[in-house]
Write a protein that binds this ligand. Sequence first.
Ligand SMILES: *Cc1c(COP(=O)(O)O)cnc(C)c1O
Length: 425
Amino acid sequence: MNETATQLTAPLRARAEIDLGALRANVRALRALAPGAALMAVVKSDAYGHGAVPCARAAVAAGATWLGTATPEEALDLRARAGLPDGVRIMCWLWTPGGPWREAIEADLDVSLSGMWALEEVVDAARAVGLPARVQLKADTGLGRNGCQPGDDWAELVGGALRAEADGLLRITGLWSHLACADEPGHPSIDAQLVLFREMVAYAEERGVRAEVRHIANSPATLTRSDAHFDLVRTGIAVYGISPSPELGSSADFGLRPVMSLKASVALVKQVPGGHGVSYGHHYVTPGVTTLGLIPVGYADGIPRHASGTGPVLVGGKWRTVAGRVAMDQFVVDLGGDELEAGAEAILFGAGDHGEPTAEDWAQAAGTIAYEIVTRIGTRVPRVYVNEVVGEGGPGVGPEVVPEIIPGYEGDDVAQGSDVKRSGT
Ligand SMILES: *Cc1c(COP(=O)(O)O)cnc(C)c1O
């Protein structure tokens, strides 16, 4: 019995089950939607809380040829630990002065440059290491966050990078940008950013840049704007099976399946009289004689305190609502007189097709986005991987994870043959 199987049968306080079969199917679905582009699985922030190494391996097994992280530390960690097949590119984009440029060059990362300070630092590091850096120049086409402003700033960055390339200190591998409002189809900024991106790319190419990839699409643009796909799409949330925004459509509308299910073991069930205050501040008072269930996860585990009084949980076959405040380690649900055993399964969220709420339901309950719900699940909650294929989990990655070329999306391995015991549905 392997570790995962042991964890599945052990009575855990709480666990986040990560369905790698669903993740692989999502990657295939996204590749089918953007057939002319390579796919980057964005695995920043520990793969949006799902676990960077297993998710990176699964994404690569399903045909992702790029992995993206925010920080260089995340990218270096993946290169060191994920045992990826040769040729898988890793890009990171959130640099600060004094960052690990030398380590990044030695680890064959693609690094993003938004300004001259970064160009100067990467060139110094390349001289020191004696190897050219792989750099991608980031244009701010309107997001107003990272990226180089159009006009003189862009001209200076492109010119400086080309001189360093001529000196053999770097190779310009990419030209890229990021969209501000891709989750609001029809927002005028999308077209405006695409126009400016084309102009800034054209400027760089006229000066002599020969990039391997030009890219601007995140998940919402990948799902809704094929004219934004260019050579590479950078998909994050969609890889984890979550729609970037409920207004765009549901996961199922896009052929995606949520990867994370958050489950807990009911810690206590007890009968209480009417008029009994529940949890800090007594914001819930039992309307009559009832049973209360104690759910042993709280805001330290990433359960939003803003979901006090609103968050949904499937317990004993019914949706219950957080009664009163979410505390650091626990919250309470009113079981309405149902007599459940301690140890009964509580499903906070999952794929949604076994009657359980979804991360999107929690996002609505807490007034946030589903990205934040999954990403904030704390380190105290063990991740348990299901539907892993041979080669993904081992210390060495064998030929099994060389990208499978499986065109289209059949959902072949979605939740099929899962050995996860489901609640009585
Ligand atoms: C996080 C991120 C992405 C992925 O965004 P999703 O909406 O999750 O697909 C893509 N590009 C950049 C620069 C990012 O920071």
